[in-house]
Design a protein around this ligand. Sequence first.
Ligand code: CMP
Length: 141
Amino acid sequence: MAGPLDAGALIGSVPFFSDLDPKTKKALLAQGKEMTFKSGDTMVTEGTTGVGFFLILDGLAEVRKKGKVVATLAKGQFFGEMSLIDDMPRSADVVAVQPTRCWAITSWSFASLMKVHPELAVGMLKEVVKRLRAALSSPTS
Ligand code: CMP
């Protein structure tokens, strides 16, 4: 398991957090924790109530809706933001397909940080729009 400095360096290097000032990054880091998953572990389960927002520090995950892979997420990408935003059940399973290390934060911690640091919400929104565009242009939608 990597120490907090390692997590800090990784979080600082991911595009989603790259616009944050060092103080905000530090505040954010302090409120989350690292979690490790084995290949095959379901990190988030479709239909359940979720309280976590996850950022992948290392590894690879598949987003599966009713068992069908709809997206693959790698280092620097996040998941769990949808339930965080609307309090609805998880929209999909997110399954580690390699040993995967995440930085995870409760939705209420992340939501209150977003109020203080709106740039966090803007960064998240950019990625959400990117995913929506990808979903709209996929042949199955
Ligand atoms: P949430 O609904 O909280 O839990 C499942 C997560 O899977 C969801 O948040 C998103 O982070 C992710 N997810 C769901 N659908 C897609 C998609 N089409 N592309 C990428 N990620 C997705």
